[in-house]
Design a protein around this ligand. Structure first.
Ligand SMILES: NC(=O)c1ccc[n+]([C@@H]2O[C@H](COP(=O)([O-])OP(=O)(O)OC[C@H]3O[C@@H](n4cnc5c(N)ncnc54)[C@H](O)[C@@H]3O)[C@@H](O)[C@H]2O)c1
Length: 271
């Protein structure tokens, strides 16, 4: 059911790779809620062609941009305003990639070139996007920026390796930039810390399936799906959350504040 929450709003959505992507669901739902959208992804993701299906479905233009490249990001923001007919009301940063995770390299043995690549793609890209938007005054007053993160920024998950440190940086950038964006542009910046979700980025993590089940058994509400995450993002893009900024918001069915659940105790054989 749609509520017209984003009627008349213009948004840029990064990271829709295929229909499992969290960004894909956000784009579909933002469209249902009345927003006009520009989709963007790295040129290499474009070649897979899936994003074109989404663009057709929601009547969105695609503007390719490597999120590590300032020139391409500058083009993204200026073209998006042309295409959408005005300043941007919301932006979703839904970008994550770690070569160390892809190659199964354990934390004590991290490759530093891969680490730096991961920082650039998954954390600095947020700073670069925000910096371009800030300097070119691309965001509308009352606008909202959301980046997706994971709780490994606060607690240790050994298999999440360098992405744990990278997500901590991402969350810090959202807070730090949130101050400047709030004060000078009246724009919100928040991170949403999402449950394990079965996407390309998620399932690339070693042992993801077991971990997904573990988190599901801990969280009183179970794991939050990509659709649930999209719904939450929409509330943050809407005018209903105008005073929420510089927060890391857990969207995880209660996982982050549950010590242990009876389901896990029972699995361990505790009566
Ligand atoms: N899946 C999970 O379990 C989970 C949990 C918490 C947070 N997140 C976060 O959600 C976000 C979205 O991931 P997802 O799970 O939907 O997976 P996904 O693989 O569908 O999306 C990741 C996206 O990042 C894009 N990307 C990679 N390098 C890029 C670059 N240089 N420039 C522009 N885009 C680039 C990819 O093309 C892809 O579309 C990520 O930040 C991820 O860390 C995921």
């Amino acid at each position: 059911m749609a509520y017209n929450l984003l009627k008349g709003k213009r948004g840029i959505i990064t990271g829709a790779l295929d229909e499992n992507s969290i960004a894909w669901k956000v784009a579909e739902k933002a469209h249902e809620e009345g927003a006009s959208i520009v989709l963007t992804n790295a040129p290499i993701a474009m070649r897979m062609g899936e994003i074109k299906k989404l663009a057709e479905k929601i009547n969105a233009e695609i503007i390719p941009a490597d999120a590590t490249n300032i020139e391409e990001l500058t083009n993204l923001f200026s073209k998006s305003q042309e295409v959408l007919g005005g300043k941007i009301d919301f932006l979703l940063h839904s970008i994550g990639m770690s070569v160390n995770i892809r190659k199964n390299i354990p934390y004590p043995e991290l490759n530093y070139d891969y680490f730096q690549k991961g920082i650039d793609v998954s954390a600095l890209s947020l700073h670069k996007m925000l910096s371009v938007a800030y300097k070119t005054d691309a965001m509308n007053e009352g606008g909202s920026i959301v980046a997706l993160t994971y709780m490994a920024a606060q607690r240790t998950y050994p298999f999440y390796t360098d992405m744990a440190d990278i997500k901590a940086m991402l969350e810090s950038i959202a807070r730090s930039f949130g101050y400047h964006f709030g004060l000078n542009k009246k724009v919100r910046v928040n991170t949403v810390s999402q449950s394990p979700t079965k996407t390309t980025a998620g399932t690339g993590i070693k042992g993801f399936g077991d971990f997904y089940d573990f988190a599901n058994a801990i969280a009183p509400l179970g794991n939050a799906s990509a659709e649930d995450c999209a719904n939450y993002c929409l509330t943050l893009f809407s005018d209903l959350t105008r005073m929420v900024t510089m927060q890391n918001l857990f969207h995880d069915g209660g996982y982050s504040t549950t010590g242990v659940s009876m389901e896990v105790m029972t699995k361990l054989g505790v009566e």
